[in-house]
Design a protein around this ligand. Structure first.
Ligand SMILES: O=C1O[C@H](COP(=O)(O)O)[C@@H](O)[C@H](O)[C@H]1O
Length: 246
């Protein structure tokens, strides 16, 4: 598998530390320059070590966090106190420990109707965004994970999404192959328009999806994204390079 050595880390903690250090450096630059910085966070297994490492990095940094607005790359439509909620996890382990005021949190509302939730999420992002590419909001940074099947955000293999309108940043997801079944995700357009995309890949049984992605296999969501843009930063740990047992 062709991965540059700087992308590879011995385990989730080392990966999380490296990504957190890089994000702190990136925020130092971005907050010095602009009035508004927009970041989309993900959930999944790497989220917890990453949020803890990022909290440690940012606690003692003279970064103007009051300029940073926190969005989600995807959400499972469950209440925020449900352990499956991506926002709930981000809030508990990153935003609250850093005392980020609620005006800078932009959760995807966990409504029963994902179409409506996606429209509200799109409007919230547009309201905070200064730059647009073909009317698609440009996020400063999107942080993604990758599942065993190669899914990123809530874009799953063989599971097309239907954005509510052509340049929508968010789309509803029905019958997701991984529970919870009802979700909202950033669209391909939003991932393509973003200034930066970093993917944190950790956890067993991901080797095949990763290797197909690196070959830009469009059937694998990360492979499709790597085909759409060649400037994605990958963080990979050794647990994700293990093959499926048996
Ligand atoms: O369901 C989701 O899964 C992905 C990957 O999570 P992992 O636990 O397999 O690493 C995550 O990036 C996404 O935000 C989440 O909703």
């Amino acid at each position: 598998m062709n991965l540059p050595p700087e992308s590879c880390h011995p385990g989730p903690e080392a990966l999380a530390r490296a990504a957190a250090r890089d994000l702190a450096a990136c925020l130092r630059q971005l907050t010095a320059g602009s009035t508004h910085v927009t970041i989309a966070l993900s959930g999944g297994r790497i989220a917890l070590p990453f949020f803890h490492a990022l909290t440690r990095e940012l606690k003692h940094e003279p970064i103007r966090l009051n300029k940073v607005h926190w969005f989600l790359a995807d959400e499972r439509l469950v209440p925020p106190d449900n352990p499956e909620s991506n926002y709930g996890c981000a809030r508990k382990h990153l935003l609250d420990p850093l005392n980020i005021p609620p005006t800078q949190h932009h959760p995807i509302p966990p409504l029963a109707n994902p179409e409506q939730a996606a429209r509200i999420a799109d409007e919230n992002l547009r309201r905070c965004t200064a730059a647009f590419k073909d009317n698609v909001p440009v996020l400063d940074l999107v942080l993604l994970g990758m599942g065993e099947d190669g899914h990123i955000a809530s874009l799953f293999p063989n599971h097309p999404i239907q954005p509510p309108f052509p340049d929508a940043a968010y789309a509803p997801v029905h019958n997701a192959p991984k529970p919870p079944a009802t979700r909202v995700t950033l669209t391909w357009q939003a991932l393509t328009a973003a200034q930066r995309v970093w993917v944190l890949i950790s956890g067993p049984n991901k080797q095949q999806a990763l290797s197909r992605s690196l070959q830009q296999d469009p059937e694998v969501p990360l492979g499709r994204l790597l085909l759409l843009r060649n400037d994605i930063r990958l963080y990979v740990d050794h647990t994700s390079l293990q093959t499926r047992a048996g």
